[in-house]
Design a protein around this ligand. Structure first.
Ligand code: NAP
Length: 241
């Protein structure tokens, strides 16, 4: 029987590369997106993956979205869940508004909690599964002018470590991919000079690709990583060592 995977934030960037990689490797794939219906539809046509419109920061939508994804894939339990959807924000910490904080926390942390809370019970019953959460190098080191984002991404690592301990006896592995600077829409807000400086600061001398991040996600979800749980895999060209 084919394996199944649910990927959040699959319409663009790292998530879209993960959708391509999992489908290429024979997974029945469903992905969540929030608003970019055109990109979601195109990716769905390209890969055969099922696109589900679901804002992960909305608990009720997630309940329905996870149910719909299961039905579309014809499974009771996903083999793998990749929590990748995320939003970033630049600015001084002292300028952070309530709405901005609510959005960052809602998407980057609550979004993962809601998805996992819905997806895990059936995986626990089956006593098998893999979870991969996408954090960030800034969750490991902290970034000036990205304090709130860094805080949510550090929390993702705490979530994964605790969940790995709780899920171990149920045969479920939980790991984190922490990308460095990757070439996606998320970084389009930066001036070219800032991107050049970030590349220069990276020991590899360049920024990373979505495919490089997706390969790490796929590896952690694969049997090759069968004895790896509760770990953070940096895909950062040495930006954080
Ligand atoms: P991206 O290109 O901006 O794409 C974000 C994806 O998340 C899109 O598919 C978007 O859907 C989806 N999304 C956003 N908010 C959502 C919500 N509330 N509900 C459901 N889906 C939502 O981002 P990316 O760079 O690929 O980032 C992916 C992950 O990697 C994020 O968690 C990010 O924090 C992390 N990361 C990225 C970098 C980097 O340098 N790019 C570095 C470290 C960590 P729509 O298309 O519908 O908007």
């Amino acid at each position: 029987m084919k394996k199944t995977v649910l990927i959040t934030g699959g319409s663009r960037g790292i998530g879209a590369a993960a959708v391509r990689l999992f489908t290429k490797n024979g997974y029945e794939t469903a992905f969540f997106y929030r608003k970019n219906q055109e990109a979601a539809k195109a990716l769905s046509e390209e890969t055969g993956a099922v696109a589900v419109s679901c804002d992960v920061s909305d608990a009720e939508m997630v309940r329905k979205g996870v149910r719909d994804a299961r039905i579309c894939l014809g499974t009771t339990a996903f083999d793998t869940v990749v929590c990748n959807a995320g939003v970033s924000l630049q600015g001084l910490f002292t300028d952070l508004t309530d709405a901005q904080w609510d959005e960052l926390l809602g998407v980057n942390l609550s979004g993962m909690v809601y998805v996992l809370r819905e997806a895990l019970p059936q995986m626990i019953s089956r006593k098998a599964g893999q979870i991969v959460l996408v954090s960030s190098v800034w969750g490991e080191t902290g970034a000036s002018c990205e304090v709130a984002y860094s805080a949510t991404k550090a929390a993702v690592i705490g979530l994964a470590k605790a969940l790995a301990r709780e899920m171990g006896p149920s045969g479920i592995r939980v790991n984190v991919v922490a990308p460095g600077v990757i070439d996606t829409d998320m970084n389009r807000i930066y001036e070219p000079q800032v991107m050049e400086a970030l590349a220069a600061e990276t020991p590899a001398g360049r920024i990373g690709t979505c495919e490089e991040a997706a390969e790490a996600i796929f590896y952690l979800a694969s049997e090759k990583a069968s004895f790896i749980t509760g770990q953070v895999l940096g895909v950062n060209g040495g930006l954080y060592i």
